[in-house]
Write a protein that binds this ligand. Structure first.
Ligand SMILES: [Zn+2]
Length: 228
């Protein structure tokens, strides 16, 4: 992946970590890695007493995570968790972010996700990546056509078509997960355990890959037609 700028869209703060190793690798190679998160993650509290502080906790966790992975900047669409609607406000915010970042590749959720915000992010990102390239809504920035659009998860009906060798960066995903302390109940692991596993993975080496799907509308002009 030889990109200068990529934009990774996720519904909640930490969804993007599925491709954490790829982000770390690209950032290390000098690519500017931008992340755009649709919601504030306000429903991600595993304990009732965290309800009022979960958004702030997750904001700090995102900052720490960005340092671990080398993420250049993080954008927010501003929807409440479980409340991402396909409305004009959020759609235009997506367009604005895409036109500001001017990515050569955008990564988002696939169509077969369970969570409504994941499916919402899938829909909004795909629509916006097309609309951002049209000469409309000029106050949202200069039109930008994003050449490549991929899914990094959420595709259930076909195998991933691309893979990125992240062998030297696989531990980065665990280090990034370690920063998301408020979400550790989901994984049944503590920060220390994530970091210990990261060290073990680094020591063990081996081959590791992140996998990606092209979106349904991505055209590969350089692929020859295949006989069926
Ligand atoms: Zn999510």
């Amino acid at each position: 992946m030889n990109y200068e700028r990529i934009l990774v869209c996720g519904a909640h703060p930490d969804d993007e970590l599925t491709m954490a190793a790829t982000m770390a690798k690209l950032a290390d190679q000098g690519c500017e890695v931008y992340v755009c998160i649709s919601t504030d993650g306000c429903e991600g509290y595993p304990k009732p007493e965290w309800k009022d502080k979960i958004v702030e906790m997750r904001r700090q966790e995102q900052e720490e995570c960005d340092k671990v992975l080398g993420i250049k900047q993080r954008y927010h669409i501003g929807a409440p968790d479980m409340g991402l609607e396909n409305n004009k406000q959020y759609f235009q915010r997506f367009i604005e972010v895409i036109r500001e970042v001017r990515p050569q590749a955008l990564f988002t959720h696939g169509p077969h996700e369970y969570h409504r915000d994941h499916r919402g992010t899938h829909e909004l990102a795909l629509e916006a990546v097309w609309q951002a390239g049209q000469p409309v809504s000029a106050d949202l920035g200069q039109p930008w056509v994003t050449p490549h659009v991929f899914y990094y998860k959420g595709v259930a009906d076909r195998r991933a078509m691309f893979r990125v060798d992240v062998s030297e960066y696989a531990h980065k995903r665990l280090e990034a997960r370690a920063t998301q302390v408020s979400q550790h109940t989901l994984f049944g692991m503590t920060r220390e355990e994530f970091l210990r596993q990261a060290e073990e993975l680094k020591r063990a080496g081996g081959k590791h890959y992140d996998t990606f799907w092209p979106t349904e509308r991505m055209v590969f002009n350089d692929l020859p037609p295949k006989d069926l």
